[in-house]
Ligand binder design. Structure first.
Ligand SMILES: Cc1cc2nc3c(=O)[nH]c(=O)nc-3n(C[C@H](O)[C@H](O)[C@H](O)COP(=O)(O)OP(=O)(O)OC[C@H]3O[C@@H](n4cnc5c(N)ncnc54)[C@H](O)[C@@H]3O)c2cc1C
Length: 297
């Protein structure tokens, strides 16, 4: 069966209605957001569930709110809407680049942040490492109530969640001063990235790094923080070469996954150059200044 002919397609108008439908449907039922992952189920030899709960009519899920303290993103915000909303904020640059360079324009107009974070079997999701580097949290709704989890904890629990939950919102604290996203698609725009590095840093007045968050994606089966590299960056100025050299020394910690686009060793091999590129983006942002306001680093 294809996504275009589900046996049942519900179109609820509220989160509570959607959650009730998902709970009633159990394992035979799933949320349908942009459908860009679900539509490829036949290519992956997967059978989609017979019942979908569309999120398209729930207006709260498309809301974007940006304040000085945080960014709140409804789960059905598309990559394109996200890229446009956060463009020009130096602390959110990682998010603008992740959302604005993923896939291709047609996919970005449809694919959602919730779909990106909830697809358990998609190791190359761009928004995941970007949001990990920004210490994001996610709100989950179920018929029993709502819960906020750090994105890291959500990723640990995601595969084991009992059907009936819905990711409703992503909350990004604005604690970084500068950030950047570096990705390597192997052949052309639109390919899944082979490796991703997202970096967010805060600086003191003497331009030394006081907080560093580095996340890698597409290299292993799930995106994750690279904490040993973060420790090396602390207390130092922004120095792309030094950061790249430190990444080279720490590569022994990472085992790349095998995949049709690239072998595991290659995904690991390109990480230092992606770290250099991300740090160079941050250095450039610091030297050029930026037009939209952010919290002082
Ligand atoms: C050709 C192509 C290239 C692509 N390249 C990239 C790329 O480079 N980088 C990238 O990041 N992405 C890429 N993608 C897009 C990728 O499919 C999406 O980023 C994302 O993973 C799916 O978002 P969606 O809204 O379409 O989700 P859907 O396909 O609607 O759903 C995906 C899964 O998430 C579940 N789900 C959706 N929303 C929720 C929710 N709110 N709560 C709970 N579960 C939910 C669904 O039930 C389903 O299991 C590409 C897609 C295509 C087709």
């Amino acid at each position: 069966m294809s996504i275009f002919s589900p046996l049942v397609l519900h179109q609820p108008a509220s989160i509570s209605e959607a959650v009730a439908l998902l709970a009633a449907g159990g394992r035979d039922c799933a949320p349908l957001a942009g459908g860009t992952w679900i539509m490829r189920a036949p290519i992956r030899h997967e059978a989609p569930p017979p019942v979908f709960v569309s999120l398209s009519k729930i207006s709260a899920l498309s809301a974007i709110a940006i304040s000085e303290e945080r960014v709140e993103l409804g789960a059905a915000v598309t990559h394109a809407a996200l890229a446009e909303a956060v463009a020009g904020y130096p602390d959110l640059q990682v998010l603008a680049e992740a959302a604005g360079r993923s896939a291709n324009p047609a996919i970005r107009a449809t694919a959602t942040i919730g779909g990106n974070l909830c697809t358990t079997s998609f190791p190359a999701a761009d928004l995941l490492p970007a949001l990990l580097s920004l210490d994001a949290e996610v709100d989950l709704a179920r018929s029993q109530g709502r819960e906020r989890l750090s994105l890291e904890v959500f990723l640990e629990r995601r595969a084991a969640l009992v059907p009936g939950w819905l990711l409703t919102r992503v909350v990004v604290p604005r604690e970084a001063g500068r950030s950047a996203h570096a990705r390597l698609p192997l052949r052309k725009a639109g390919d899944y990235p082979v490796a991703i590095v997202s970096v967010a840093i805060r600086l003191c007045e003497r331009d030394r790094v006081t907080k560093a968050c580095v996340a890698i994606g597409a290299v292993e089966t799930v995106a994750r923080r690279w904490r040993s590299l973060e420790a090396v960056l602390l207390g130092e100025p922004v120095d792309p070469e030094r950061a790249g050299a430190a990444a080279e020394r720490l590569l022994y910690e990472i085992t790349g996954r095998e995949g049709i686009e690239a072998p595991g060793w290659y995904r690991v091999h390109v990480l230092p150059s992606l770290v250099r590129r991300a740090m160079a983006g941050i250095a450039e942002s610091l030297s050029s200044g930026n037009s939209r306001p952010c919290r002082s680093p």
